[in-house]
Ligand binder design. Structure first.
Ligand SMILES: Nc1ncnc2c1ncn2[C@@H]1O[C@H](COP(=O)(O)OP(=O)(O)OP(=O)(O)O)[C@@H](O)[C@H]1O
Ligand SMILES: [Mg+2]
Length: 266
């Protein structure tokens, strides 16, 4: 694959759910976008607009009704275990809150390596230490249980777990929405550092346009299953074209520069 081809290309993706009264919900309705290597694309939109469903389809947790996904130049088959999806990870909405409460952090972080049969037990222990260090946690956290950590620390664990599978592309679904604003900035900074250090490509899902605009080079705005606007983050944030995007921008509280420090990294 030529290096300037996008890493991920999604073409007319559609997911239809059937509600209780048998009504059809087009949760994702003909969505197309691409993400270049090393880029961060933000997917933003109000609750129920289809962001999570789009992310789940890309990583194979949900099967699309229509559409094509290309990753590393290859058309993807269905299913998360499909070999063509190697290299993809998702940090699910509330991943931090869903860590197994009975497992020590080290075991949770090692789990993807165990599933992929990576290395010996000793190799994995060493890698857990490295991963914890990468996400800014001390080695001693490996022996702790999720309830002993703060929300921000748990989110770091969820990130370490995703990294354990050695991905080159990660979907983050609302990675900071459950966190205090000051902790949000720390986690977003961590994600940005990891992206550079490990040459990662991201799809960042958030209902918060300020988070996305500060973090991502480009944004795609979703409303009722469709993408209504895409463009450079600054351009979309400063001069939105679509009426829905305008409303989203207007709804963003005026935040101080401390809270949106990542625009400088673009
Ligand atoms: N498994 C499912 N079965 C039926 N309907 C579903 C299912 N999952 C999602 N939906 C519906 O699809 C639509 C999109 O949901 P989705 O979770 O993708 O939105 P979202 O943009 O991630 O919202 P939020 O910001 O609240 O996380 C909603 O109308 C939702 O009710
Ligand atoms: Mg969601």
């Amino acid at each position: 694959m030529p290096p300037d081809d996008p890493l991920l290309k999604v073409d007319r993706l559609t997911v239809i759910f059937h509600g209780r009264e048998r009504q059809t919900i087009r949760a994702v309705d003909g969505v197309s976008f691409h993400i270049d290597r090393g880029e961060s694309l933000g997917l933003v939109g109000e609750s129920g607009s289809g962001k999570t469903t789009a992310g789940r389809v890309i990583v194979g947790l949900t099967t699309p009704d229509e559409g094509i996904i290309q990753f590393c130049g290859r058309k993807l088959g269905h299913g998360i275990g499909h070999s063509s999806r190697q290299g993809m990870q998702i940090v699910l909405q509330d991943a931090a809150g869903s860590l197994n409460p009975r497992l020590r952090i080290g075991i949770s972080v090692a789990e993807p390596m165990v599933l992929q049969r990576v290395g010996s037990r000793r190799d994995r222990l060493r890698q857990v230490d490295e991963l914890l260090d990468k996400v800014g946690l001390p080695p001693s956290s490996a022996a702790r249980f999720p309830r002993e950590l703060s929300g921000g620390q748990r989110q770091r664990v969820a990130i370490a777990r995703a990294l354990a599978a050695r991905p080159n592309f990660i979907v983050f679904d609302e990675p900071v929405s459950a966190l205090d604003v000051s902790v949000q900035a720390q986690i977003l900074n961590l994600l940005n550092d990891l992206r550079r250090e490990l040459s990662l490509t991201y799809l960042l899902i958030s209902h918060n346009l300020a988070v996305v605009a500060g973090f991502c080079e480009r944004v795609a705005v979703m409303q009722r299953g469709r993408i209504v606007e895409t463009g450079g983050s600054r351009a979309v944030f400063r001069s939105p074209q679509d009426a829905y995007t305008k409303a989203l921008v207007a709804a963003v509280p005026r935040l101080g520069p401390k809270v949106v420090p990542l625009a400088a990294s673009q």
